[in-house]
Design a protein around this ligand. Structure first.
Ligand code: ADP
Ligand code: MG
Length: 246
């Protein structure tokens, strides 16, 4: 892999559910340490794209490469690929019966075989990173939604992913809690984390994205810098989408 090769690369990706084509010839490049934001109406294919990149869905056609390696090859060990990718969802999916710290140490210990003390140290460092070290012994339902989502992000980071996929991670939050999660993502970008973020938060896209991709009916209709796509969109569908949501 040359230094310039993207960390994640999609070429000609197609995915259908029955008769409905949900991803139609999608190309995407995500350079290491960059943030790509996916925008588009509900049903445009954002979640499916992220799920394909994490091998939670099998593509029908096309190629997905992670660090130059074709991960759509059926011989690839999907778990080994997923171990390099962190995914965070709209619904935080914390284990309610486990304390915050145990939520964060679980995957490193069970999936990656990290010894308990080491997993604990790393989890505490990640909780520190998301500003929640003081909540390590709390249960999820003792936290606000924004705090729970930050724990979910710490949990994903604890496995040391090369790439993070974030799917509308603020959509389930009360409006006053959205900012703390978006601010955290901005800080993680500054730390050099590579992220693909599906979101309806245009302010975030404008300030944090290196590239914005507008999806419509499973196709990338427009892509470019935030200034281009959000500030001066060329495609009528992008213009219409932005008019509707802003
Ligand atoms: P978005 O995240 O942009 O809202 P999705 O990727 O969730 O879009 O969905 C794109 C389209 O694929 C929608 O029409 C949705 O109904 C359909 N879809 C998603 N997942 C499935 C599935 N497992 N089975 C059938 N249809 C699905
Ligand atoms: Mg979605």
């Amino acid at each position: 892999m040359s230094a310039a090769a993207p960390l994640l690369r999609l070429r000609g990706v197609r995915k259908a559910f029955g008769a409905s084509l949900v991803l139609d010839d999608v190309d995407l490049d995500v350079a290491e340490h960059s943030v790509v934001v996916l925008i588009g109406s509900s049903g445009s294919g954002k979640s499916t794209l992220l799920r394909c990149a994490n091998l939670l869905e099998v593509v029908d056609d096309g190629v997905i490469e992670l660090a130059g390696r074709d991960i759509t090859d059926p011989r690839v060990d999907a778990n080994a690929v997923r171990a390099q990718i962190g995914m965070v969802f709209q619904s935080f999916n914390l284990f309610p019966h486990l304390r915050v710290l145990d939520n964060v140490t679980l995957a490193p210990r069970l999936v990656h075989g990290v010894p308990r003390a080491q997993a604990r140290d790393r989890a505490m460092a990640m909780l520190e990173r998301v500003g929640l070290a003081g909540k390590a012994r709390a249960f999820p339902d003792e936290l606000s939604g924004g705090q729970q989502q930050r724990v979910a992000i710490a949990r994903a980071l604890a496995c040391g992913p090369r790439l993070m996929l974030l799917d509308e991670v603020t959509s389930a939050l009360d409006p006053e809690l959205v900012g703390e999660v978006l601010d955290l993502l901005g800080e993680l970008k500054n730390d050099g984390l590579t992220m693909v973020v599906a979101t309806h938060e245009m302010g975030f896209a404008r300030t944090v994205a290196d590239e914005v991709c507008f999806l419509h009916n499973g196709r990338v209709h427009e892509r470019g810098t935030p200034g281009q796509v959000l500030g001066a969109p060329e495609q009528p569908r992008t213009q219409e989408f932005l008019r509707r949501i802003t």
